[in-house]
Write a protein that binds this ligand. Structure first.
Ligand SMILES: NC(=O)c1ccc[n+]([C@@H]2O[C@H](COP(=O)([O-])OP(=O)(O)OC[C@H]3O[C@@H](n4cnc5c(N)ncnc54)[C@H](OP(=O)(O)O)[C@@H]3O)[C@@H](O)[C@H]2O)c1
Length: 323
C-alpha cells in the first residue's frame, strides 16, 4: 500500500522531504495546501505533485489524502495536528512536535479518539547511525555511560520564523529539540535541569531565546549538556563519554555521515554506517506503521516526555516563549 500524503504549507523543509520521497513505493505526496492558492499551486508544480489546495481546511477535506505532514511554524503545530486527526488523517508533525507536554498529550488524545497515527518528525532518530550508537552503548563499547554532550547552531537573520517567539521560534525549541531528544534517547528522561539563555535583542525581536546552554542530570549519575544558538556559525555535534571510551557522531542531526567514531585507549576507529536519507526513512517507517497498524518506534510517552523536558529547560532558563 502506498500512503498518500498531503503537506500543510509551502514550507522550505517540504522541498527536502518531497525530494527524499521521490520514487518511494510506500509514501507519496499527492497534494500541498497553502494560505495562498497561487503559491500552493506553484509549489505543487515545482515538486511535481498532482494537485494543490487553496487552504489547509480544503486539504483536510480531501478524501484521497491518508496522512498529513505538518511543517508549519511551531506555534501552529498542535492546532493543526488536532484538526488533521479529527478530519480522519494520520499525522506526522515536524519537530518540535509541541510547545508543552499538555499540548503533546492533547494531540495524542485526539489521535486515540480518531484511531489514527500521530508521529513527531525527528528524523535523525531513524538513521542507521543512531541505531549503531544505541548498539555500541548496549554492548558496553565505551564502558559505563557518564556524559552526553550535544550542540547545534546555525546563523539565521532576524525576522526568520526561527527567531520569532510568537510563532514558537527560539534556539531551544528549534535546535534544542534535537539535542534534548539525543540526551533522552541515550541517557533517559532528565531528573534536574539548569539552563542559561541570551534573549534575542535584534530590532523587531519578540523575546525569544537566541542562544541557550543547559546541563541535565540524568538517571544513574549520567550528565547531559547541550548548547544551541541561532547566530553562531553552523555546528552539529554529539559525543558520548563512557568510563572506557568515547563515541562521536560527526553529523548527528542531518545525517550526511558514513561513519561513527569510537575512541578507546586513545585510538580512534571509524565504524561505517549506511548512507540513508533520514527523511525518507522517517516517512517510510511512518507509512509502514499506518499501512500495517503497528505502533511506530516513538509514540505518545516519548513525545510527551520530550515536550516536558523542553519545558523544564525553558523554565530553568527563565524564558517565556508561550505566544
Ligand atoms: N526536520 C528538519 O530537518 C527540519 C528542518 C527545517 C524545519 N523544520 C521544521 O519544519 C517547520 C517549518 O520550517 P521551515 O523552515 O520549512 O519554515 P518556512 O519555510 O518558513 O515555512 C513555514 C510555512 O508555514 C506557513 N505558515 C502558516 N502560517 C504562517 C505564519 N503565521 N508565518 C509564517 N509562515 C506561516 C507558510 O506556508 P503557506 O503560506 O504556504 O501556508 C510557510 O511557508 C518548523 O516546525 C521547523 O521546526 C524541520
Amino acid at each position: 500500500m502506498t500512503v498518500r500524503w498531503g503537506m500543510l504549507s509551502t514550507a522550505s523543509i517540504g522541498r527536502v522531504v518531497a525530494e527524499a520521497l521521490r520514487g518511494s513505493a510506500e509514501a507519496q505526496f499527492v497534494t500541498v495546501a497553502g494560505r495562498d492558492r497561487q503559491r500552493a499551486a506553484a509549489y505543487a508544480n515545482e515538486l511535481g505533485l498532482p494537485r494543490s489546495a487553496a487552504s489547509y481546511d480544503e486539504l483536510l477535506a480531501d478524501d484521497e489524502v491518508d496522512a498529513v505532514y505538518i511543517p508549519l511554524p511551531v506555534a501552529l503545530h498542535t492546532e493543526w495536528t488536532i484538526r488533521a486527526l479529527r478530519a480522519g488523517k494520520h499525522v506526522l508533525c515536524e519537530k518540535p512536535f509541541a510547545m508543552t507536554a499538555a499540548d503533546a498529550a492533547a494531540c495524542f488524545d485526539a489521535a486515540e479518539a480518531a484511531g489514527k497515527l500521530c508521529v513527531e518528525g525527528l528524523m535523525w532518530r531513524h538513521h542507521p547511525h543512531t541505531a549503531l550508537v544505541r548498539q555500541l552503548l548496549a554492548d558496553g563499547a565505551i564502558g559505563r555511560l557518564l556524559f552526553i554532550r550535544a550542540a547545534l547552531s546555525v546563523d539565521v537573520p532576524p525576522g526568520d520564523i526561527r527567531r520569532t517567539g510568537r510563532l514558537g521560534g527560539g534556539a531551544l525549541l528549534d535546535l534544542g529539540c534535537y539535542c534534548v531528544s539525543a540526551i533522552r534517547l541515550f541517557g533517559g528522561q532528565p531528573l534536574r535541569v539548569r539552563a542559561e539563555q541570551v534573549v534575542d535583542a535584534a530590532e523587531g525581536a519578540d523575546g525569544s531565546d537566541l542562544r541557550l546552554a543547559a546541563t541535565l542530570a540524568l538517571p544513574g549519575d549520567v550528565l547531559g549538556q547541550f548548547d544551541v544558538a541561532l547566530d553562531y556559525p553552523r555546528r552539529d555535534e554529539l559525543e558520548l563519554i563512557g568510563s572506557e571510551g568515547i563515541i562521536r557522531v560527526p553529523d548527528p542531526w542531518i545525517c550526511r555521515v558514513d561513519h561513527v567514531e569510537l575512541e578507546r585507549g586513545g585510538a580512534v576507529k571509524r565504524l561505517p554506517v549506511a548512507g540513508e536519507d533520514p527523511y525518507r526513512l522517517e516517512f517510510v517507517l511512518a507509512s509502514r506503521a499506518i499501512a500495517t497498524g503497528t505502533p511506530p518506534a516513538f509514540g505518545r510517552a516519548d513525545a510527551i516526555e520530550q515536550a516536558a523536558a523542553l519545558e523544564a529547560v525553558r523554565a530553568a532558563a527563565g524564558a517565556n516563549l508561550r505566544p
